[in-house]
Design a protein around this ligand. Structure first.
Ligand code: CP
Length: 317
């Protein structure tokens, strides 16, 4: 239960995993583990964050992250409000800082933000007293996604230390890859990124990961295979001859998985491009934990909201 979790987290914001301590990551995972049970109750609501106000401010589309932050907050009895770019005064040219200052004037306790600019949540966090939670900033970080990924791996494998995690696909454009590289390496897992040379960042040697271009080799070695979406919306230049070519060279299908470990986990942050980076057979197959990742997303976001805005409202659910 909640009071058995040793809490090592004293921050107002969650901006990324690069600057978190391993003990902080462990606290989040342990808390999420204890919150999971609430999501299985017939009445899925506890009073932990009663009276708190959370605003979801999404400048980019989202299904999983936005909805699970909303569900997480509501299950902890917080009031939640959502605002998107298309239906707000942002379309009239209001700046990010003006938008957030106006929202702040309504006295929320936290703003959960997704923005196309790397560093946007950090910039806001340094200017505002309320909690800022990064729901994805450009190609920089997506910390709650990596945390839910780590929770899923830990549940299946017992621990993160010593695991070999292959992240396959468009590494350059992936905030999910960056957050997982930081988070997993802090928890002593080995990360190997794999993709076409045009999709591996030039400064990858500054990150705690190995690199390979040989997908069939990395599949044999991995305990976990994390497959990334080809993000066509972020590619300003043509990095691939064609999607068909990508699928042939790097797509994960049943044939390729024949060489994988018998207890391998197949993960994908979603949304998936069926038939491009992952075949439908693999996405829906016996090794896939893709929908478990989504379920764990609610518990992770409950833990993050509790740790950032719940400090004055902490009580046993
Ligand atoms: N994984 C993820 O961030 O999905 P959404 O874009 O749907 O939130």
């Amino acid at each position: 239960m909640l009071n058995e979790v040793k809490v090592s987290f004293n921050r107002k914001d969650l901006l990324g995993l690069e600057n978190l301590e391993p003990t902080e990551i462990e606290t989040i995972l342990d808390l999420a583990e204890s919150f999971k049970e609430i999501n299985l109750r017939p009445i899925k609501k506890v009073p932990t964050l009663r009276g708190k106000t959370i605003i979801n401010l999404f400048y980019e589309p989202s299904t999983r992250t936005k909805m699970s932050f909303d569900i997480a907050a509501k299950r902890l009895s917080a009031d939640t409000f959502s605002i998107s770019k298309a239906t707000s005064s942002m379309v009239k040219g209001e700046t990010l800082l003006d938008t957030v200052r106006n929202l702040d004037a309504m006295n929320p306790d936290a703003i959960v933000i997704r923005h196309s600019a790397a560093g946007a949540p950090h910039w806001l966090a340094s200017r505002l007293d309320i909690s800022i939670i990064n729901a994805g900033d450009g190609m920089h970080e997506h910390p709650t996604q990596a945390l839910l990924d780590m929770l899923t791996m830990r549940q299946h494998k017992g621990k993160l230390e010593g695991l070999t995690v292959a992240i396959i696909g468009d590494i350059s454009h992936s905030r999910v890859a960056r957050s997982n590289i930081w988070g997993l390496s802090k928890m002593k897992a080995k990360v190997i990124v794999c993709g076409p040379p045009t999709m591996i960042p030039k400064d990858i040697n500054k990150m705690p990961t190995e690199v390979t271009y040989n997908v069939d080799e990395v599949i044999e070695e991995a305990d976990v295979i994390m497959i990334l979406r080809i993000q066509q919306e972020r590619q300003k230049e043509v990095l691939l001859p064609s999607l068909r070519e990508y699928s042939k060279l790097y797509g994960i299908n049943s044939d390729r998985l024949k060489k994988a470990k018998s207890d391998v986990l197949i993960m994908h942050p979603g949304p998936i491009n069926r038939g491009v980076e992952i075949s439908a057979e693999v996405a829906d197959g016996p090794y896939s934990v893709i929908l478990e990742q989504v379920s764990n997303g609610v518990a992770i976001r409950m833990a993050i909201l509790y740790l950032t805005v719940g400090t004055t409202a902490r009580q046993e659910p």
